[in-house]
Design a binder for this molecule. Structure first.
Ligand SMILES: [Zn+2]
Length: 252
């Protein structure tokens, strides 16, 4: 190897290191600022590691009997007054702009909410959990991920440009799971975010307040349980935790 070849090789190596560290800095920059409450919760969890790993390997086994990679395969009635613990959450994105809400849209049901994100933005797991689905659906969600959480919720993240977790992987709240994108049936980059219990979609806005980057309350209670065919948007079947002894003031 003559001197100029060595010089070239070193040059290419240095350039690639700069590129990698630039990317890493970008990821780190997007992670800041960190959520103080999340850190507190993580500290508590260190004392409980054994119980939590059992829970994460088979999350919410009290209501789910199956573990498939079919989105709608989870069915069954939710127990009455099923209480979902929202503490330990992490907002999936730091973006606050809502492009579209849950509910009827263009003659069909929009089963989640759309939050503006840019291609490459870090998308994070909303709670500790286990990845149930990591797939591509060209006519719908694009690259998407479904995570089942010990609190009984499943969260779905759609239109990603990249998935950075794998099926059956255990993840922690706040862990990066993918990058924002515009894949599938999507017009402009955004995160399509769904919250489900036993396959039944529930309006994420009843639990997650993207504008204030917070949960609506510490607990969310499905008062009469839900099953296929019931309206899950009705106030009579859903209540936020404030009436059930929740000690935090719900944000409006
Ligand atoms: Zn959507």
């Amino acid at each position: 190897m003559d001197f100029s070849t060595i010089k070239k090789t070193v040059g290419i190596f240095v350039l690639s290191m700069v590129a990698v560290s630039g990317f890493a800095q970008d990821i780190i920059a997007r992670q800041a600022p960190s959520d103080k409450r999340l850190k507190d919760i993580r500290n508590v969890k260190l004392n409980n590691t054994a119980a939590i790993s059992a829970d994460l390997n088979n999350p919410a086994a009290n209501i789910y009997t199956d573990w498939t990679d079919n989105l709608r395969s989870c069915t069954g009635a939710v127990p009455a007054n099923y209480k979902i613990d929202l503490r330990g959450f992490c907002m999936p994105t730091t973006n606050r702009k809502i492009n579209s809400n849950f509910g009827p849209r263009w003659g069909r049901q929009h089963e989640g909410m759309d939050v503006k994100v840019y291609i490459g933005d870090t998308i994070r797991a909303a709670f500790d959990g286990k990845v149930r689905i990591c797939k591509y659906n060209g006519g719908g969600y694009g690259y998407y991920i479904v995570i089942r959480h010990p609190n009984g919720l499943e969260t779905l993240y759609g239109h990603l440009s990249k998935q950075i977790v794998k099926k059956d992987q255990v993840v922690r709240a706040g862990e990066p799971i993918g990058l924002g994108g515009n894949t599938g049936r999507s017009n402009g980059s955004h995160l399509h975010f769904e919250t489900r219990v036993l396959g039944q979609p529930i309006d994420p806005a009843l639990m997650f307040d993207f504008v204030h980057q917070d949960v609506v309350s510490d607990y969310f209670v499905l008062q009469n349980g839900i099953s296929k065919g019931n309206s899950v948007q009705s106030a009579s079947t859903i209540s936020t935790g404030s009436a059930q002894g929740n000690n935090r003031t719900a944000r409006k």
